[in-house]
Structure formats: structure tokens, C-alpha cells
Design a binder for this molecule. Structure first.
Ligand code: CTP
Ligand SMILES: C[C@](O)(CO)[C@H](O)COP(=O)(O)O
Length: 371
């Protein structure tokens, strides 16, 4: 089915009150809008994904290096942003479209399936949850009781037959707070399906305050430098006359990061997880080891918040490899470059490191645990 997923992220974030615009604010270890992008990609049944951005946020978007997504500049209202996205795919033979707030990161793939299933028999399908509170309406000084059984708190993604929705766009206006509003105004049928209690819209800064503390871990590793060995740092092979001696590929940066994450998550240490007595790990790439630990930490409800890394070596100079190493670590840990800091240090030619007999790395990791 030719279905497009539109992610609206062009708002001004006025109520969010943060120096970082809401769609790019870190949430559960990554920028908010990446949750919707990653889930849409993981779903794998959209023929096109469109991201609608605020033109003032282009620098934030560039940093994320988003691939395989059509990026459209939004408008002054949510309705205008939705319209610009719909217009941008007019010639793509799209049959159905789902429109979603980037401000709602916690929808599930199960909800996407339900919406797409219902689109077989309806031109407009929206998720909603019932109010758990009493509801009253106050107009001037007249207060009316409303029957909460007939009240629906509307969510996104909202699913539509593309042609039917596009035809209604001429009625769009700033008061159109959601796209299904157009169908209601036109007196057309709407199908409401059960939404998800966790599919809340993040509007205020307090919406993302974590109920859990941040935890910290410390990692350290040192390897002897010898001829005829390769030098891997942060998963990148560094051209140098010496390399590290070790049971695995001897990457001190990835080993120190692994230990820092294990420490923060109270999951032991790298020697316990990958013994250097075990032939299975002989010459293994440390990228595999770290990948495994990142997965285990995620399964235990942990998310990497940031890594601060000191690479301590007399040579080679680290500066020119920093970007490559940062990108490599970000890919393995599934975090953005903005969450990683690397410093190259020498020991002023003092000791074994200063005499180029060894290389070391120390890392502090901060980790957030979510319920
Ligand atoms: N002109 C706009 C306004 C809103 N949105 C998007 O619509 C979703 C819901 O809007 P809201 O949560 O209100 O975000 P903001 O408009 O940024 O918030 P505020 O009203 O506090 O400025 C958000 O993902 C927002 O980025 C949009 O794409 N274009
Ligand atoms: C579209 C929406 O999320 C449905 O509840 C809501 O209308 C968006 O409101 P906002 O003020 O633009 O956040």
C-alpha cells in the first residue's frame, strides 16, 4: 500500500520553554523527533516518510544526519505545516497518509498496524483515550456538566485517505488543531480507535522530567603498544607504527566505554562479560563487545545520556581522528555526536605512556534508567 508517514516538528515549542527546541530536546537518550522517525523506519511499511521542520531549526536537523526522509519546511500553524507536507507528496501516487506529532514519541508499532488496518474501511481513523476525570464546560459564567462517556482525548498518528484529506485542505485554518477536524467540519465519517495511555503529547518541560535518577559509571583501560599490531581507537583503525597487544583487538577506548556503561548500570565489568581466557573472544572486534553491552543495558531499561572520553597517549595525535571516532562510537551506542566528548591527552613524555610503551583511556558515562 502506498502509505506516507508525515511527522510534524515545525512548532515554536513556546510552552516547552527550553533553549533547545522541543523536537531536538533529548528524551530517553535521543532527540525527541528521532523516536518517531526510528519507529516509522522500523515499521517498514511506509513508502515515504516526510519530516516537517521549522526553518529556524535547520542547524539542529543537519546535526542529526537524517537519511532517506523527505524534509519539508512547515508553516505558522500546525494545519499549515500538515498542508505543506500533503502538498509536497501530491505527485507521489500516495493512497493513504498518517499525520503524527513529533511531540508524541511513545506511540507503538501496534497502533500503526491498527490504524492502517482500519483504513481499509474508513477514510479517517484517529486514536483516542477516554477521560478519567469529570469534564465540565464553562462559557462565560455558565458551567455545564459534560458526560465524560462521550468525551474523547484525541491523539496522533491520525490516518487518512490521502485524496479525501487533501480535498478538504481548502478549509484549513489556525483553529484546525488536528487534521481530523477537517472531516468533522465536512460532516464526514470518522473512525475512533483506542489510543494508548503512554502516547502523551510532550508540551511542557515538566512532561519529560524523569522519575528516575541519572547514574554514572567510570571506565579505564590500558594496553601495551608493540610493533606488528593494529591500533584500533573507538572502532576506527588508526595508521601508526605501533598497535595494541590484547586478547581482543585491544581497543582501549571501546573497552573503557564498555566498563563505564557496565559500571553505571551495575552490570559488572568487561572481564566478567568477555573473559580473556575464552577463545571465543580471541581477536574479536571490540565493536561487537560494546554493541552487546549497549543492547543489554537497553533491555534493562537504561539509556546512555552522555560519554566523556580521555584518550591518553603520547602518539598518535588524536585531534584529526576525533570526528571519525565520535561517529563510530555514536553508531555503536545509538546516540548522537552531541552526547559524546573526546579529549586527547599526553603524559608529557612521562612514564610508559610518555615513552610510547602503552596507551590508556578513561571514560565517564551517564546513564538514565526509565520505568
Ligand atoms: N506550526 C506548527 C505547529 C506545530 N507543529 C507540530 O505539531 C505538533 C503538536 O504541536 P505542539 O505540541 O503544540 O508543538 P508546538 O506548536 O511547538 O508547541 P507550542 O504551542 O507550545 O509552541 C508538534 O510536534 C509541533 O512540532 C508543526 O509542525 N507546525
Ligand atoms: C493534534 C493533537 O495532538 C491532537 O490531540 C493536538 O490537537 C495538538 O495540539 P497542539 O496545541 O498543536 O499541541
Amino acid at each position: 500500500m502506498n502509505t506516507c508517514f508525515i511527522i510534524l516538528a515545525a512548532g515554536e515549542s513556546k510552552r516547552f520553554k527550553s533553549s533547545t527546541p522541543k523536537p531536538y530536546h533529548l528524551y530517553k537518550g535521543k532527540p525527541l523527533l528521532l523516536h518517531s522517525i526510528d519507529k516509522a523506519k522500523k515499521y517498514g511499511k511506509f513508502s515515504k516518510i516526510v519530516l516537517v521542520i521549522n526553518q529556524k531549526h535547520k542547524a539542529h536537523v543537519k546535526k542529526l544526519k537524517i537519511k532517506n526522509i523527505k524534509i519539508v519546511t512547515g508553516g505558522n500553524t500546525r494545519a499549515e505545516s500538515a498542508y505543506k507536507a500533503l502538498k509536497s507528496i501530491k505527485n507521489n501516487r500516495i493512497k493513504n497518509v498518517l499525520i503524527h506529532d513529533a511531540a508524541r514519541p511513545n506511540f507503538t508499532i501496534k497502533l500503526l498496524n491498527k490504524l492502517n488496518e482500519k483504513l481499509r474501511t474508513s477514510d479517517c481513523v484517529i486514536p483516542a483515550i477516554k477521560s478519567l476525570d469529570s469534564i465540565k464546560q464553562k462559557d462565560l459564567n455558565i458551567v455545564k456538566n459534560l458526560n465524560r462517556k462521550n468525551i474523547y482525548l484525541i491523539q496522533t498518528p491520525q490516518a487518512f485517505n490521502y485524496k479525501k484529506l487533501y480535498a478538504l485542505q481548502i478549509n484549513k485554518g489556525p483553529e484546525i488543531s488536528d487534521d481530523a477536524n477537517l472531516f468533522v467540519r465536512a460532516g464526514k465519517k470518522i473512525t475512533i480507535i483506542k489510543g494508548e495511555i503512554n502516547n502523551k503529547k510532550i508540551t511542557l518541560n515538566s512532561d519529560i522530567k524523569y522519575n528516575n535518577s541519572i547514574k554514572y559509571g567510570l571506565g579505564f583501560d590500558v594496553h601495551r603498544l608493540v610493533p606488528k599490531k593494529k591500533l584500533y581507537l573507538g572502532g576506527i583503525k588508526i595508521p601508526y607504527t605501533l598497535g595494541t597487544l590484547g586478547h581482543s583487538d585491544g581497543d582501549p577506548v571501546l573497552h573503557a566505554i564498555t566498563d563505564a556503561i557496565l559500571g553505571a548500570c551495575s552490570m559488572g565489568d568487561i572481564g566478567e562479560k568477555f573473559s580473556d581466557k575464552n577463545k571465543k573472544f580471541k581477536n574479536i572486534r571490540s565493536t561487537i563487545l560494546l554493541n552487546e553491552i549497549v543492547k543489554q543495558a537497553k533491555n534493562n531499561g537504561y539509556s546512555i545520556n552522555n560519554l566523556d572520553i580521555n584518550i591518553i597517549t603520547q602518539k598518535p595525535k588524536i585531534q584529526k581522528y576525533k570526528k571519525q571516532i565520535t561517529n563510530s562510537i555514536g553508531k555503536i551506542c545509538n546516540i548522537s555526536s552531541s552526547q559524546i566528548n573526546i579529549k586527547g591527552k599526553t603524559t608529557e613524555k612521562l612514564g610508559v605512556i610518555g615513552k610510547e610503551k602503552a596507551i590508556a583511556c578513561e571514560v565517564i558515562a551517564s546513564i538514565i534508567r526509565y520505568d
